[in-house]
Write a protein that binds this ligand. Structure first.
Ligand SMILES: NC(=O)c1ccc[n+]([C@@H]2O[C@H](COP(=O)([O-])OP(=O)(O)OC[C@H]3O[C@@H](n4cnc5c(N)ncnc54)[C@H](OP(=O)(O)O)[C@@H]3O)[C@@H](O)[C@H]2O)c1
Length: 254
């Protein structure tokens, strides 16, 4: 009878070198913000490729509309990622039912209305920071210990071009995404070498969020479905060797 020792790379085996299996097998993928936009498009394509998707969003109406593909229906929960207690109880349900995710995608995000920093009231500023930064920390706090115990899993925190550069009238959003970049790099130092945390700039995609900041010009950018065709294979190829990197999804139009 063969004995298995945890592999330094895949966490599954040393002797059989099953890393390719780990790379290609069915994965449990947890995505925040699956009700619309990039999260929804990713969820649908992951499911089509046979992976199990568990996700969340705040709006019941959109949750019911999310379709199911070949990988079975997605499990979508109404959870506000900005609430530590809501994420904590969601994590206890998901971890008990499925165990830790192979891929944790912190995608949920909001942007401020276009305005100079001093024109935005405290509530508007706080909402962006609470969802984009505190939301990621809440997810890490309640899901990563179980992933770390298994010494396996990739954490992808959605950043932005505005997490690496800036523009006027989006100061709260820039602050939140620069914070995501710093948080992710620090987190990468805290994980075992068999895991990874990366910050991901998705590029510019025609979603509700883009319409808030770009207006009608948003329609000249790729749709979330076109974007997902490039993003999903890219996400599935991430390995522990990518940890700490600030990555960008390749352009879906080549
Ligand atoms: N689109 C782009 O061009 C672009 C560019 C750079 C970065 N990004 C980043 O990509 C990510 C996705 O953006 P998107 O364009 O797809 O935005 P979107 O179309 O506005 O969708 C945002 C998603 O996040 C969810 N969400 C928002 N607040 C939430 C909360 N408190 N708890 C749980 N879910 C929440 C929304 O669902 P509910 O409303 O149902 O909660 C929705 O599913 C964001 O992190 C964004 O900053 C996008």
């Amino acid at each position: 009878m063969r004995t298995f020792t945890a592999c330094k790379v895949c966490g599954i085996c040393e002797q059989l070198r099953l890393f390719p299996f780990y790379m290609t097998g069915k994965r449990l993928i947890l995505i925040t913000g699956v009700t619309r936009g990039l999260g929804r498009a990713m969820a649908e394509l992951f499911i089509e490729k046979g992976h199990k998707v568990v996700g969340c969003g705040r709006t019941e109406r959109s949750l019911k509309a999310l379709s199911s593909g070949q990988g079975g229906p997605p499990e979508v929960y109404a959870v506000d990622v900005a609430s530590d207690t809501a994420v904590k109880s969601w994590a206890s349900v998901v971890l008990a039912k499925h165990g830790p995710p192979d891929l944790l995608i912190n995608n949920a995000g909001v942007i401020n209305r276009n305005a100079r920093l001093w024109e935005l009231d405290a509530r508007e500023f706080d909402e962006v920071m609470h969802v984009n930064v505190r939301g990621v920390a809440n997810m890490v706090r309640h899901f990563v210990p179980a992933m770390r115990e298994r010494k396996r899993g990739i954490i992808v925190n959605f950043s932005s071009g505005w997490g690496r550069s800036v523009d006027a009238e989006v100061a709260p959003y820039c602050a939140s995404k620069w914070a995501v970049e710093g948080l992710t790099q620090a987190l990468a130092h805290e994980l075992p070498s068999t895991m990874a945390a990366v910050a991901l700039n998705p590029g510019i995609v025609n979603t509700d969020m883009l319409r808030i900041c770009f207006g009608a010009a948003a329609s000249s950018y790729p749709s979330p479905e076109q974007w997902a065709q490039a993003a999903v294979p890219f996400l599935l190829k991430l390995t522990p060797g990518d940890t700490g990197k600030s990555l960008s999804v390749p352009s879906p139009t080549g």
